[in-house]
Design a binder for this molecule. Structure first.
Ligand code: ZN
Ligand code: ZN
Length: 301
């Protein structure tokens, strides 16, 4: 797809300056993103599938260390001679003024007697400018049996975002991040707290509430709100009031259900008296939870 506007043109132009993946990064991917195996035959002949070295291990064990390359290996009793492993991974970096999430596919071929062969293919990148505007530069996705089927020799170009790229964005991330100043200023601290980067990054660049929650250390609440956007919009005022009144929300999902129920019953959900129930988590609710809370608190209030 051709760039449709100035922003996409700038992204595509900048993408030519991305550096090749480093030795450290590819080593990390090999070490952390795939399984490391020792194939053991019934009589004890054992082969390290990382380096191809073989030795005799008399007793079967769950795990061992390769005497040649020192890799920690899971032992598998099998007659198989080879295997292939594939895993996506990502790298968080910057390029020009942009925050970039790069997506890669690691393919490792392992065969007895040989050192494992590694290849890494870049699938593409997510790009965000300082205002949180997004573009995707990637190879072409093709519709196939699997979500993640790509045309590996297609050029890196501006692409529409889709579930294939989104799926890959969830993959293991190289733990050393390069982050723009603006993202740092907004409170990013080298931790995604279980939130997918494609969700947290634009949110942190565009929504001051996200910055507030992150800086307050309320990362469980942040994760919940980003996964439940409608609740985020509807209950944010109530949430702020509860927090300002010193109320400790230990179960954000339970609390949200409860306040949502109050709202539907026409109660004033800006009144701290309602928003800060003292025994919300001590009561044992059974399904359907919503109805029980509703009844209990309707009577209680
Ligand atoms: Zn080895
Ligand atoms: Zn998956």
């Amino acid at each position: 797809m051709k760039p449709r506007n100035k922003f996409e043109k700038a992204v595509l132009e900048q993408s030519k300056y991305l550096r090749p993946i480093t030795k450290t990064q590819s080593k990390w991917a090999f070490r952390e993103c795939i399984d490391h195996l020792a194939y053991r035959l019934p009589k004890g002949r054992t082969t390290c599938m990382d380096c191809g070295h073989s030795w005799v291990m008399n007793k079967h064990r769950e795990a061992c260390t390769c005497p040649h390359c020192r890799a920690k290996l899971q032992v598998k009793g099998t007659y198989e001679r080879k295997l292939q492993q594939k895993q996506y991974f990502t790298i968080l970096t910057t390029c020009g003024e942009f925050q970039v999430l790069r997506m890669f596919l690691l393919i490792v071929g392992m065969e007895k007697g040989y050192k494992a062969q590694t290849s890494i293919i870049e699938i593409g990148q997510y790009w965000w400018n300082m205002q949180g505007r997004k573009a995707v530069v990637a190879i072409q996705r093709v519709l196939g049996h699997y979500v993640d089927t790509f045309s590996y020799y297609s050029p890196m170009a501006i692409r529409n975002d889709n579930e294939a790229y989104q799926h890959i964005a969830y993959s293991p991330i190289f733990p050393k991040f390069k982050v723009t100043d603006i993202l740092r200023r907004n409170g990013f601290k080298d931790n995604f707290y279980g939130i997918v980067p494609t969700q947290l990054i634009p949110a942190l660049l565009t929504d001051s509430r996200v910055e507030t929650l992150l800086k307050a250390g309320s990362t469980d609440h942040l994760r919940y709100f980003l996964g439940n956007r409608r609740t985020f919009e509807e209950l944010w005022q109530s949430y702020k009031i509860a927090v300002r009144n010193g109320y400790d929300i230990t179960d954000i999902s339970l609390w949200s259900d409860y306040v949502d129920t109050l709202r539907r019953l026409g109660k004033d959900i800006h009144n701290p008296k309602y928003l800060c129930p003292t025994d919300l988590k001590t009561r044992q609710y059974k399904e359907p939870r919503k109805l029980k809370i509703c009844m209990a608190y309707f009577l209680y209030l």
